[in-house]
Design a protein around this ligand. Structure first.
Ligand SMILES: *[C@@H]1O[C@H](CO)[C@@H](O)[C@H](O)[C@H]1NC(C)=O
Ligand SMILES: *[C@@H]1O[C@H](CO)[C@@H](O)[C@H](O)[C@H]1NC(C)=O
Ligand SMILES: *[C@@H]1O[C@H](CO)[C@@H](O)[C@H](O)[C@H]1NC(C)=O
Ligand SMILES: *[C@@H]1O[C@H](CO)[C@@H](O)[C@H](O)[C@H]1NC(C)=O
Ligand SMILES: *[C@@H]1O[C@H](CO)[C@@H](O)[C@H](O)[C@H]1NC(C)=O
Ligand SMILES: *[C@@H]1O[C@H](CO)[C@@H](O)[C@H](O)[C@H]1NC(C)=O
Ligand SMILES: CC(=O)N[C@H]1CO[C@H](CO)[C@@H](O)[C@@H]1O
Length: 448
């Protein structure tokens, strides 16, 4: 794995990126003229200081990471190996680039803001937040977003904003809302910028990886995984492989934490796993191993999907305990591997990804074990999971496989046959259009 790319290459990647996004790539590459009624989107032109210029500082944030290696392939990162077609070393923070690139091939783009149902701001807000979170502007994090607001509302054709007072605008910020919702009047700042607390942006729909418990303007979208197939046959052959994979481990946890003395769910998982690995031969259900931990501490798994995908393919259940924040990218990795997610908190997924994973279907594709029961009341995760009959496990896995295309981001420029399957991007755009539509309707009732 490349830890750092020479600056010349980075510059080249940024140049390529800039030259692609300066054209609009769409549209009707799809022979069937799509029905664009209520789906028109206008992309606002922003000066490059709001997006691609921010990438040239990719090596300036040592406290965070040098993210230059993750820029290639429009933010998908480098391929895991040279012959790989679908697997990349993707960093979730790059969703802003990935989304932007996909937006350019959205079939219902319009250059005319007045005929658009929604307006997309190609602002790389998560990347811009780095200078406040880890960089020189740490003491002015309440200002994150003000320059953008000034541009879209005052400097650049103000009527585009004024038409609906920003209610039809949306943007992507590839971070949990927690990083962006520092109260405006907290001095000194504890953690995060105040982007989501600025009244200036209350009307704008913001797509994040994780929404607050009582979100207002943000909606959660899946973290990108490393899998970005370019055509339907590659997706189908992966699904085939996942379905046939022999699941010899009952449960798996890929992650870090839980090693300190504090009682928490990760600690409980470690205890349970450590104690029971050897007694496995005792259990009939056909598992060779009851529990496996893939150690991902210090971020060693992040850009190395092989480390955890292989064990996930061999496990029936994948534990998704909350960490610093309730959601995890690993939830989507496990769905990709056909490994049934086990949640310990409603905020980890059910209250988040309502567009992508319907709330009423959770029992069909996941297991919920309240963390308090495990940490304080001695409930054993193994007992719960062992108690689920094999035929039900099988049905749950089929349901997970059904969900899989909805939570992955296919590769940009993919074949037409794959575009017929809605992916995480398509569903996010659909949800955004719906939300904006109902907001504009509410407004016309309330304010006109
Ligand atoms: C990049 O970093 C330099 C120095 O850290 C800073 O002066 C400059 O404004 C940054 N550029 C952007 C686009 O953030
Ligand atoms: C931010 O403020 C703190 C406390 O006033 C100060 O110690 C620190 O040097 C400041 N950091 C920067 C980058 O200005
Ligand atoms: C947001 O919308 C409300 C009405 O819904 C409006 O009063 C307010 O000025 C708008 N905010 C901005 C910053 O345009
Ligand atoms: C899918 O893409 C791969 C890699 O580009 C290619 O080898 C394969 O022929 C494609 N399959 C179809 C059916 O187009
Ligand atoms: C695991 O073993 C340790 C030490 O033997 C014990 O303290 C702990 O309670 C056990 N944990 C579980 C979940 O059984
Ligand atoms: C588990 O297995 C390992 C290696 O086989 C052994 O060293 C260890 O003592 C065993 N632990 C228990 C609790 O039996
Ligand atoms: C639950 C179970 O099958 N327990 C068995 C585990 O193995 C020991 C030793 O072989 C048996 O005595 C237990 O009955």
């Amino acid at each position: 794995m490349a830890s750092s790319i020479p600056t010349i290459l980075t510059t080249l990647f940024i140049f390529l990126l800039k030259s692609t996004i300066s054209q609009q790539i769409n549209t009707n590459t799809n022979p069937k003229d799509p029905d664009c009624t209520d789906r028109w989107i206008h992309i606002r032109r922003l000066p490059s200081r709001f997006n691609t210029d921010l990438l040239s500082n990719c090596s300036e944030y040592p406290l965070f990471d040098d993210f230059c290696p993750y820029l290639p392939n429009h933010g998908l990162g480098q391929r895991t190996h040279s012959k790989s077609h679908s697997w990349f070393r993707t960093d979730p923070l790059m969703l802003e680039l990935i989304f932007h690139r996909r937006m350019l091939e959205y079939p219902c783009l319009t250059p005319d803001p007045n005929s658009a149902n929604a307006v997309y701001l190609p602002y790389y807000g998560g990347i811009d937040s780095l200078r406040y979170l880890y960089g020189p502007d740490v003491n002015s994090s309440v200002e994150h977003g003000l320059e953008l607001f000034d541009f879209v509302k005052e400097q650049d054709s103000p009527n585009v904003w004024a038409r609906h007072k920003g209610h039809d605008h949306f943007l992507v910020m590839a971070r949990p809302a927690w990083d962006l919702s520092q109260p405006l009047y907290k001095d000194p700042p504890v953690w995060g910028t105040s982007f989501l607390e600025l009244p200036e942006f209350y009307n704008v729909t913001v797509l994040t990886f994780e929404a607050r418990a009582w979100p207002w303007q943000e909606r959660a979208v899946p973290y990108p995984t490393s899998f970005h197939p370019p055509n339907l046959s590659l997706l189908e052959s992966w699904i085939h492989r996942v379905r046939r994979s022999r699941r010899s481990t009952l449960m798996l946890f890929a992650g870090g934490g839980g090693v300190a003395a504090t009682r928490n769910i990760r600690r409980s998982i470690r205890d349970e796993c450590g104690n029971d690995t050897n007694s496995s031969a005792n259990y009939s259900n056909g598992y060779v191993k009851l529990c496996e931990i893939v150690d991902c501490s210090n971020g060693i798994c992040e850009h190395d999907p092989i480390r955890y995908m292989k064990p996930m393919l061999e496990a029936s259940f994948c534990l998704q305990p909350p960490g610093d924040t309730p959601t995890r990218r690993s939830t989507f990795d496990s769905i990709l591997a056909g490994c049934i997610p086990v949640f310990f908190e409603e905020l980890s997924a059910k209250m988040q990804y309502k567009w992508h994973m319907p709330e009423e279907e959770y029992e069909e594709f996941s297991v919920f074990i309240p963390k308090e029961e495990v940490v304080y009341k001695g409930l054993k995760i193994l007992d719960v999971l062992m108690g689920i009959p094999r035929d039900r496990v099988w049905r749950m896995r089929e349901k997970v496989l059904e969900l899989m295309p909805r939570v992955m981001y296919r590769r940009h420029g993919s074949s037409v046959d794959l575009r017929t399957k809605k992916d995480a991007f398509d569903i996010a755009v659909e949800g955004t259009l719906q939300r904006i539509k109902s907001r504009l309707q509410d407004r016309s009732v309330t304010f006109n």
